[in-house]
Ligand binder design. Structure first.
Ligand SMILES: [Zn+2]
Length: 69
């Protein structure tokens, strides 16, 4: 299986995530786009990168909850 280069972390991975449809991932996508100008969903990203942005977003949701309390 041919390895691909993740455009976010520049590591070689076996597969990239391209199509993200759930709401959490939509927020993650916006974060990636903020950090990497010109990046689109079609460029894809590796799973560790996606997990990192997902975690980032859930942390932010937690912060908002704390602020509202
Ligand atoms: Zn990556």
């Amino acid at each position: 299986m041919q390895k691909k280069l993740c455009p976010i972390c520049h590591r070689e991975v076996y597969w990239l995530v391209h199509h993200l449809h759930n709401v959490t991932d939509q927020f993650a996508l916006e974060e990636v786009k903020n950090d990497f100008m010109g990046w689109t969903e079609d460029d894809g990203l590796c799973l560790p990168c996606l997990e990192r942005y997902r975690a980032h977003n859930s942390m932010r949701c937690f912060d908002i909850k704390v602020t509202m309390n």
